[in-house]
Design a protein around this ligand. Structure first.
Ligand code: MG
Length: 405
């Protein structure tokens, strides 16, 4: 059997016009809700949440029942805000300790929370914070972007990353409390934890002169320190504790936490696309482009003479094509196939390859010239042989002379 004694207090503080905190405590359940929203809507969100959690926990006094009760509270607050324009934007934190039964029927304390209301455990005068604030500044502390000291004065220390009524789904922190008889657990809204430091909280909450006195002194000291927000505190003291047979060290609901800006979602995407991934993709693209560039270069690195329906033409490409690359005709020459020696005509029909376009042009002119010389009478050819090898101008003159002869 696990049993606790309790005391609780809530106060409007010295600055606020309304008290939007709400609390509930009995022999098995303790809850604080810190409502937010204008025109008293925060009070509505806090009241709805407390009612829903109490009702749900009464039906199922186990961890699942406690978590489901908060999920139901979230749905109820979201639904109420959508149906009542004056409640638009309302939300609440919630922190609760329930004495839950495990599968063996053993009762032990379980903590659930959403938002920046806090739970502390006190043992022998020492204070240990059990909950993690779901605020932007505290999330940044856990990420290493801020120190704990910087978070205390950071402008976003009050901006919540999770709250009941903020999103359709909600992530809930759940943990078992490993308590001994004599331990105390303090639940409080941020109106208390923002005003009093850890040493003061430990001293006042551990005071031996009764739970009621301790709670009253916590609230009154918070008001002395400024009282800038509503102040709520529940102090539990365990008289008797059973050890859970299936202790929960720490679990989180599967729903992702609400994101206050696009930063978190985009950071997840950035983690997937690291520079290594981008570098790998670029290397693969470069290899593919390089491979096809080499194929293309080889396919069109050659020129050749060929017969195109009786006309000698210059082609670029491999004579019979290469893979899917087909040769292309660069131009037709002014020569027909019959204007070459028979042996050259047959060679052209089989194609004559040249490494460049200029060399293909030189080759076709040279072959054609051989054909022209073959047509010059032997006497004329003999007398002009020396001249032919001298210059092409002289060749033209000689050829003309041969025709006249
Ligand atoms: Mg508050």
């Amino acid at each position: 059997m696990t049993r606790w004694r309790y005391a609780a207090a809530t106060d409007i503080g010295l600055v606020r016009q309304t008290n939007q905190d709400a609390l509930y405590v009995d022999d098995a359940l303790a809850i604080i809700a810190d409502g937010m929203g204008g025109h008293a809507a925060g009070e509505v969100a806090a009241a709805i949440s407390i009612d829903m959690v109490c009702a749900g926990f009464r039906e199922h006094q186990n961890v699942e029942g406690l978590v489901e009760a908060i999920q139901n509270a979230n749905r109820a607050v979201v639904s109420d805000a959508r149906g009542n324009p004056e409640h638009f934007g309302m939300a609440t934190t919630i922190i609760a300790v329930g004495l839950t039964y495990d599968l063996e029927g053993v009762m032990s304390p379980t903590l659930v929370h959403v938002g920046d209301s806090r739970a502390y455990q006190l043992r022998d005068g020492a204070l240990r914070q059990l909950s993690e604030d779901h605020s932007v500044a505290e999330e940044w502390v856990r990420m290493g972007r801020l120190t704990a000291e910087e978070a205390l004065v950071h402008p976003r220390r009050h901006q919540l990353t999770r709250g009941v009524g903020v999103e359709d789904t909600i992530a809930i922190d759940v943990r078992s409390i490993s308590a001994l008889a004599g331990d105390r657990v303090l639940l409080c809204s941020d109106g208390l934890s923002n005003e009093l430091d850890g040493d003061t909280l430990a001293r006042l909450a551990s005071a031996p002169n009764g739970l009621e006195m301790a709670v009253e002194s916590l609230v009154s000291e918070a008001k002395v320190a400024g009282g800038r927000d509503n102040i709520s505190a529940i102090l539990l003291e365990f008289d008797e504790v059973n050890v859970a047979t299936f202790p929960i060290q720490r679990t989180m609901s599967t729903a992702p936490p609400p994101v206050t800006s696009g930063a978190r979602a985009s950071s997840v995407r950035r983690r997937r696309w690291t520079w290594r991934v981008w570098a790998s993709v670029l290397i693969v693209i470069a290899l593919v482009v390089g491979f096809f560039s080499v194929l293309h270069w080889y396919a069109y690195s050659n020129y050749y003479l060929g017969d195109d329906a009786g006309v000698v033409a210059v082609y670029q490409g491999q004579p019979h094509g290469f893979l899917w690359y087909q040769p292309v005709k660069v131009f037709d020459t002014i020569y027909t196939a019959k204007q070459f020696l028979p042996i050259d005509e047959r060679a052209i029909a089989r194609t004559i390859s040249e490494p460049s376009l200029s060399e293909a042009l030189v080759s076709v002119k040279s072959l054609h010239r051989d054909w022209e010389l073959s047509r010059v009478p032997k006497s004329a050819t003999t007398t002009t042989t020396t001249t032919v090898t001298t210059t092409s101008t002289t060749l033209a003159t000689t050829t003309t002379t041969a025709k006249k002869g």
